[in-house]
Write a protein that binds this ligand. Structure first.
Ligand SMILES: Nc1ncnc2c1ncn2[C@@H]1O[C@H](COP(=O)(O)OP(=O)(O)O)[C@@H](O)[C@H]1O
Ligand SMILES: [Mg+2]
Length: 432
């Protein structure tokens, strides 16, 4: 007797004649059984998660079929076979993360597709078409709670990587304009890098107000929605990320913490991959919390509260970890570095530790070397990057809704963030 495994198939095909044809063709195969004919997506997902099938055959026009739904089926161990239709082309279905796409009425390939191996990993894969050889670098800016300066670091790093202010400063309210319009002039050196700055802090997003932007629809959530539908190409991503500084696009964050489910990890995985095609650098401002909810970790249906941060860290080539220079900040930073390690985020190529707001008043004399010593001793970090306390510069930037290059170009903090940008560049030799 053959040892070929038995294939159990859940069928959710919308057009009645196509559904009947699929069921007939599959049912006639040896060791293939159609276990459920599902009228709608919720029934399909419930059957998948109840373990009723090893493969799902879905039509592209099934209402609600999106990236999260495909990820759930794949997480339940199913091979997802999508049937193309006129309204839903193969590329869109592949972008949803489906394992195979077959043409409607192609019985031979349908049978081969359901017989194929189940997904190797239960984690949703990032099915993104080839980036055409050019792939930007993702930098996640993370730090423990307590406002150590994650957003400040993300914004200033983005500006420095794009070379904002490297040429004589331009007059005029570039940042105080409605979203979606492009700046007229450039203050970047020719050939400078491009940057996408993404606000993925789902607890207290602030890039929008820090850059004096209008508080309208969050660009990152819109990009995530498009990714969820399999419709996020570079053109759509560019549409959702207006240029707000020369060379810097922004994907604005959610306006209320309660909107966190709009930034699911399965969609952001795609957004960050797409960003690599749009810009040389993608700088992500992350929320401070890393933990996964123990109770729902194994519940693949439950969205993860910290999925956005975990997705950014997962995608990152470089993680910039920001802590505050005061005794509380240093202690949190030491624990934060442990948490980051325990979070088991793979694919982290490099890590830079930044200690922000370094000042003698809160640490004692020679604050910089004291902070270095403490981090070397308690966290084994011996290459800390220090950013001085600079209330004059940062307050002016906050008041004006601008970056330091525009309103305090001689600020000591700006110089430190420029050095940080150089350090990050050095970590990615292929792009320098
Ligand atoms: N080096 C610095 N010197 C002075 N003020 C700073 C510095 N870095 C950040 N700040 C200020 O600290 C506050 C919190 O910074 P922020 O970047 O928003 O932190 P987080 O994103 O971690 O919550 C802001 O008002 C910011 O202007
Ligand atoms: Mg912040």
């Amino acid at each position: 007797m053959s040892d070929e495994r038995v294939v159990t198939v859940l069928v959710a095909v919308r057009a009645p004649d196509e559904e009947a044809a699929a069921v007939t063709v599959l049912g006639a195969q040896p060791r293939v059984t159609v276990t459920r004919r599902c009228a709608e997506l919720t029934e399909l997902l419930a059957s998948a998660e109840a373990g009723a099938g090893t493969a799902a055959v879905v039509s592209g026009d099934l209402p609600g079929l999106d990236r999260e739904a495909v990820a759930r089926m794949r997480a339940a161990g199913l091979r997802v076979v999508a049937v193309e239709d006129a309204a839903t082309p193969a590329a869109r279905l592949a972008a949803l993360g489906c394992d195979v796409v077959v043409a409607a009425g192609d019985a031979e390939n349908l049978v081969a597709a359901v017989r194929g191996a189940p997904p190797e990993v239960v984690e949703p894969s990032v099915a993104v078409p080839d980036a055409g050889g050019r792939r930007g670098t993702v930098v996640a800016v993370w730090g423990p709670p307590g406002s150590p300066g994650r957003t400040t670091t993300a914004i200033e790093l983005a500006a420095a990587l794009a070379g904002v202010g490297a040429a004589p400063a331009r007059r005029g309210g570039l940042l105080r304009r409605s979203r979606g319009t492009r700046p007229s002039g450039s203050v970047r050196p020719p050939g400078a890098d491009t940057v996408v700055l993404a606000d993925a802090d789902t607890y207290a997003s602030s890039v929008t107000s820090r850059l004096g932007l209008l508080d309208d629809a969050p660009g990152l959530a819109a990009a995530a929605r498009a990714a969820s539908r399999g419709a996020l190409d570079v053109v759509a991503l560019a549409h959702h990320s207006p240029v707000v500084l020369p060379g810097v696009r922004v994907l604005t964050g959610i306006t209320r913490a309660s909107r966190w489910p709009e930034l699911p990890a399965a969609s952001l995985d795609v957004v960050f991959e797409r960003c690599r095609e749009l810009a040389t650098w993608t700088v992500v401002d992350c929320g401070p919390i890393l933990e996964t909810d123990e109770l729902i970790t194994y519940d693949t249906r439950a969205p993860q509260r910290n999925g956005a941060t975990l997705s950014a860290l997962q995608a990152a080539d470089v993680v910039v970890v920001v802590g505050g220079a005061d005794p509380v900040g240093v202690q949190r930073l030491v624990r934060g570095l442990e948490d980051l390690r325990d979070a088991g985020v793979p694919g982290v190529a490099a890590r830079v530790v930044v200690v922000n707001r370094v000042r003698d008043a809160v640490v004692g004399r020679r604050a910089g070397s004291q902070v270095r010593d403490a981090l070397a001793r308690y966290a084994g970090v011996d290459d800390v990057h220090l950013v001085p306390d600079d209330p004059a510069g940062l307050d002016a930037a906050l008041l004006a809704g601008r970056v330091l290059a525009e309103c305090a170009p001689a600020s000591p903090a700006r110089a430190a963030f420029q050095d940080l940008a150089e350090r990050v560049r050095e970590l990615v030799p292929a792009l320098t």
